[in-house]
Design a protein around this ligand. Structure first.
Ligand SMILES: Cc1cc2nc3c(=O)[nH]c(=O)nc-3n(C[C@H](O)[C@H](O)[C@H](O)COP(=O)(O)OP(=O)(O)OC[C@H]3O[C@@H](n4cnc5c(N)ncnc54)[C@H](O)[C@@H]3O)c2cc1C
Length: 435
């Protein structure tokens, strides 16, 4: 099947590309595959022409930090890894970074900083790549104030399934020039084209941040505090953690949280100190047990604690659910989720991005989970949709939420499939993802 491919590029056989960060219980199994590591769009083009002529499935892999099984080769085929596509060129005058697809979040952020600029979005995995973040329309803790990946992509260089290289958009902030194919490709999870490069919008450096850490007695108090705060200001981040999540973060990071008391906790970050002070007053009005203003060193430690909760949880969970609901509907959604979880005998640990309604729910593993879990997750995601929410806020559909996408949005799904066939008539690009 792969005969002749080695004439175009070096071919690797590497088992580590058979998985990503998707939790093991729901992680799809990899089929037989070979790996190629092109350096630019011309090489990607040659590989795709080869695959398209022979109808060989192609899977695209960025940093492999995805949580929906998106980069796992589920059919016998070729994995295109972007790890050698590392060029970054900063155009400081226009505040734009051209990045090849394999540039990581960490590399993009530090390069922007070296040029006196910033890339504000902060999806949680520093090893995520520009290509992967665009393909999933990644979000993260700062989406509340600074938006998601979509808001930072000004131009794209992509290769279509038949090998054609296409440039979309450019370096301008505005673009009303016909259908926005650029935006169609953002969030398309590698099913329409392989992203080889992107012009990413940068901002001036962020001001010094001020953080407050607040234990509340209940999730309800914490959420009401957040909703009230959003009427006065937009924090950079408003992270919610139920008490068990905080204690897991303590264990893994070795850092003590600010309080031993409380059922729900908030980590809020502001650009100005006065905002943090005003938010502290709002917190006390909503029954905060206390409000803590950590020192810069403590701020780093608390962020690490928050960042490491997943590490402590990942071997104990079935999967991470990332439904997103309008922020004011979070209390009803959480109440409904609890009732559902009780009905199915499922225990969930909840934390996540409160500000944008993207709460991450982590159902814990138990014997016999396979029997009830698929029905539970479908009902839970349907609940989110019934509150005006969506089934994935940032992790994407991948291999895991295809059924719900088809069932909950039949008309959109049909249209998406027609679009897919225009871009990729032989259906070779990232099969089993989304569709
Ligand atoms: C600890 C942890 C924290 C996380 N926190 C967040 C968070 O806060 N917010 C968030 O949004 N996500 C988060 N994620 C999920 C993950 O980091 C994002 O989905 C990220 O965008 C994936 O990037 P990647 O380069 O690792 O992509 P991969 O996992 O390699 O791929 C993801 C999808 O993108 C496709 N793809 C990759 N590169 C390309 C390309 N060049 N062209 C076309 N398609 C491509 C793949 O085929 C796949 O479908 C987290 C993950 C972990 C492990």
């Amino acid at each position: 099947m792969f005969e002749g491919l080695e004439k175009i590029c070096k071919v690797y056989r590497m088992e580590s590309y058979a998985y990503d960060e998707t939790p093991v219980p729901v992680r799809p199994k990899a089929a037989e595959f070979v790996v190629v590591k092109p350096r630019n769009s011309s090489e990607v083009s040659e590989i795709l022409k080869f695959a398209n002529e022979r109808r060989i499935p192609v899977f695209v892999r960025g940093g492999g930090t995805g949580l929906s099984g998106g980069s796992i080769p589920t059919r016998k085929g070729i994995v295109i890894s972007t790890e050698r596509m590392k060029e970054i060129v900063i155009d400081r005058g226009n505040r734009v970074a051209f990045c090849q697809a394999g540039v990581t979040l960490e590399e993009l952020s530090s390069s922007a900083e070296r040029h006196g600029l910033s890339f504000p979005p902060r999806p949680g995995a520093e090893g995520a790549t520009v290509g992967g973040m665009i393909a999933t329309n990644a979000g993260g803790v700062r989406a509340l104030k600074f938006g998601v990946m979509r808001n930072y992509v000004l131009g794209l260089e992509v290769v279509l399934a038949d090998g054609r290289i296409l440039k979309l958009g450019g370096k301008t902030l505005k673009n009303s020039s016909g259908y926005s194919l650029l935006h169609l490709l953002i969030g398309s999870e590698g099913t329409l084209a392989v992203i080889t490069g992107a012009n990413i919008r940068l901002l001036p450096p962020l001001r010094d941040m001020t953080m407050i850490a607040i234990p509340f007695r209940s999730a309800e108090d914490a959420i009401n505090f957040a909703l009230d705060t959003f009427l006065q200001m937009t924090p950079m981040a408003m992270e919610f953690m139920e008490d068990r999540a905080v204690r897991i973060g303590e264990e893994v990071s070795g850092t003590r949280w600010v309080s031993k008391e409380g059922g729900a906790h908030i980590l809020a970050i502001f650009e100005r100190k006065e905002e943090a002070e005003e938010a502290s007053e709002i917190a006390f009005r909503h029954g905060a047990i206390d409000v803590f203003l950590p020192s810069p060193r403590e701020q780093r430690e608390l962020l690490e604690l928050r960042g490491k909760i997943y590490l402590g949880l990942k071997d104990r969970i079935i999967e991470i659910l990332d439904a997103c609901v309008p922020p004011a509907q979070i209390p009803e959604y959480l109440r409904g989720s609890e009732e559902l979880a009780k009905k199915y005998g499922i225990d969930m640990i909840t934390y996540g991005h409160l500000g944008d309604g993207n709460i991450h729910q982590h159902p814990l593993l138990f014997d016999g989970w396979e029997r009830v879990y698929p029905r539970f997750r479908k009902e839970l995601l349907r609940l989110a949709v019934s509150f005006g929410g969506v089934i994935s806020g940032e992790h994407g559909i991948g291999v895991l939420k295809r059924e719900e996408l088809r069932e909950f949005y039949p008309e959109q799904y049909g249209l998406m499939l027609e679009i897919k066939k225009i871009f990729d008539p032989n259906m070779i690009l990232n099969p089993d993802r989304i569709f």
